[in-house]
Design a protein around this ligand. Structure first.
Ligand code: ATP
Length: 234
């Protein structure tokens, strides 16, 4: 279980997160919704070790992760797919993927690579292409694939659907559901609430640095506040 407790974080003098409690277990997708500036990326950065919280904790199986660098957390099995995807545009897809798995050795990397291609079949023919020449959806598959190369137990994705068509978004979210069904715990940060809640198990709405609503994803799909704020008032 990856658990965020009473987390307070911010930049300079300003607090952005005012005491967040959120957890994700293996095999489940927890959607984190919220409008621009609510603090979703800040929370992802605290989990990944890119930003030091002012107080509160992030624990993995009860062990506090304070003081662990992003790469140490990745080695523990906590991977972040950042909003900008963080690919090396001048390198090939194969090289980008390999960078995600190199620390486990070549044999392991080859095994992981075939698994990643199984999850995202379009990557098979894209392996020799420069990552910078890919479409948004192909880049997102590569970014998630690179995170998967390290065999993570927990995956935090910061708005994977950003800039993607609804069809491509659905394809990516379906793959995430399959990964969760295989046992990975996923925190899915999304603006596209309808699609995210469709694949999620639980969800939380972040508003101005506080969790405003939390519950089963299917319940939130019917919550008037969520419908008005994130589902176009349908
Ligand atoms: P978005 O959907 O736009 O990415 P978000 O919910 O992810 O929004 P954050 O990126 O976490 O929100 O930003 C929360 C607040 O923190 C915003 O007011 C933002 O301006 C501020 N903020 C983010 N990064 C920094 C930074 N490096 N320095 C100072 N303030 C920042």
């Amino acid at each position: 279980m990856l658990r965020i407790s009473e987390l307070v974080a911010g930049y300079g003098a300003a607090d952005v997160l005012h005491g967040i409690d959120l957890s994700v277990g293996g095999g489940e997708i927890v959607c984190l919704l919220g409008s621009n500036g609510a603090g979703k990326t800040t929370l992802a950065r605290c989990v990944a070790g890119l930003l030091k919280p002012r107080s509160g904790s992030v624990t993995d199986g009860g062990t506090r992760l304070d003081g662990l660098s992003p790469s140490q957390r990745a080695r523990r099995g906590i991977a972040l797919v950042p909003e900008d995807r963080g690919l090396f545009g001048g390198l090939t897809v194969a090289d980008n993927l390999e960078l995600g798995g190199f620390r486990h050795g070549r044999r392991h990397a080859l095994d992981r690579l075939s698994l990643v291609v199984e999850i995202f079949p379009p990557l098979a023919s894209l392996l020799p292409r420069s990552a910078g020449t890919l479409s948004g959806g192909e880049q997102q598959m590569t970014a998630i694939g690179r995170a998967l190369m390290a065999d993570p137990r927990f995956l935090v994705l910061d708005e994977p659907s950003l800039g993607l068509s609804p069809g491509m978004t659905r394809q990516i979210l379906t793959a995430l559901r399959a990964l969760a069904d295989d046992g990975i715990g996923i925190v899915l940060i999304e603006q596209n609430a309808a699609l995210a809640l469709g694949v999620g198990d639980r969800a939380a709405v972040l508003r101005r640095g506080r969790i405003a609503v939390t519950g089963a994803a299917s319940t939130l799909l019917d919550d008037p506040m969520v419908i008005n704020a994130y589902l176009g008032g349908r």
